[in-house]
Design a protein around this ligand. Structure first.
Ligand code: PMP
Length: 306
């Protein structure tokens, strides 16, 4: 991966090489940070870079920070502006990924959340696809369980809880799968290692509710809205059993990184026809037009950088 040229660090944009923290930094030791992940899409016809739903991303980012008792003097709009400034400085004419992180900058020993000093950093990199083939991935059901709300809340994008995601992802990949579905403590499907999850069963499109230990995904909300508005399908939020995944017609993951990826096989069983299904295919077309600013109706979701 090529490193970024610049970083937003200590309230200003600096060369990436200057954005450094010491090894005693609280978040580096205890995982007490929160992060975000946004995409900016390059629109070649307009020669414009569009940040997709940055206000929603930074609202969740500040909410995740609030869970860790981090208080920032910045509003969502100010952080969007820092991001726009950073992307302008990088002069991207390609798709990019943006990684903000809020961390405790204190270089001390002592695990806690109170009485610490939060800091913000933002970097960006050119970025393409997160999974190789978004039109057909093979997933397994992870032997790991999703972190529970009373352990580390999955609704916050908390750095430390991504060790859970890392276990899930690595064991899936080493066993020859592209990704994994992870069950929560109740045995219901929660999500993927870094994606939200949907199935179509008997013609109804379903996704786990936000109380089933999922990250409240920005893409999940976008997808629910597009399915309603553009495909006339109302998504039902309800617990999903493992074996429903074996019997459903279509399944897909969605998230900023993965975008919309069709799940065509689960533990060597074909999902539906075993090929990219019609609803997922249509949704992908609609989604890519929206994120690149090509659909006038949803243009306000895309914030121009230049
Ligand atoms: N679940 C998890 C665990 C994630 O890390 C992500 C990626 N941020 C998602 C779901 C998808 O969320 P979003 O659509 O906001 O990127």
């Amino acid at each position: 991966m090529t490193l970024p040229n610049f970083a937003f660090f200590k309230d200003r944009i600096v060369p990436y090489s200057e954005a450094k923290v010491g090894v005693l930094t609280h978040t580096f030791n205890y995982g007490t940070g929160v992060f975000g992940g946004l995409r900016a899409y390059w629109n070649q016809d307009e020669k414009q870079l569009f940040l997709f739903k940055p206000y929603d991303h930074f609202r969740r980012f500040l909410e995740s920070a609030k869970l860790l008792l981090m208080e920032f003097p910045y509003s969502e709009s100010e952080i969007v502006q820092f991001t726009v400034d950073l992307l302008r400085k990088e002069k991207y004419q390609t798709d990019a990924y943006i990684r903000p992180i809020a961390y405790f900058a204190d270089e001390i020993i002592g695990v806690r959340l109170h009485g610490l000093n939060p800091a913000l950093s933002i970097v960006s990199i050119p970025f393409g696809q997160y999974v190789e083939d978004e039109e057909g991935i093979h997933v397994t059901v992870s032997s790991w369980r999703r972190v529970d709300d009373n352990m580390i809340p999955a609704r916050g994008k908390i750095a430390g809880s991504y060790v859970n995601s890392a276990f899930i992802k690595t064991d899936a990949v080493r066993a020859g799968f592209d990704e994994a579905i992870v069950l929560n403590q109740d045995g219901h499907v929660a999500e993927g290692s870094a994606e939200n999850f949907f199935i179509i069963r008997k013609g109804t499109i379903c996704t786990p509710p936000v109380t089933d230990n999922i990250l409240e995904g920005i893409t999940r909300r976008t997808v629910m809205m597009l399915l309603r508005e553009e495909l006339g399908m109302e998504v039902v939020e309800r617990p999903i059993d493992r074996t429903e995944v074996y019997l459903c017609e279509e399944a897909f993951f969605c998230g900023t990184g993965v975008q919309i990826a069709a799940i065509t096989k689960v533990d060597h069983r074909p999902v539906g026809s075993g090929k990219l299904g019609p609803v997922t295919a249509k949704l992908r077309d609609v989604y890519f037009d929206v994120v690149r600013g090509r659909n006038e109706k949803y243009r306000e979701m895309c914030v121009p950088v230049y």
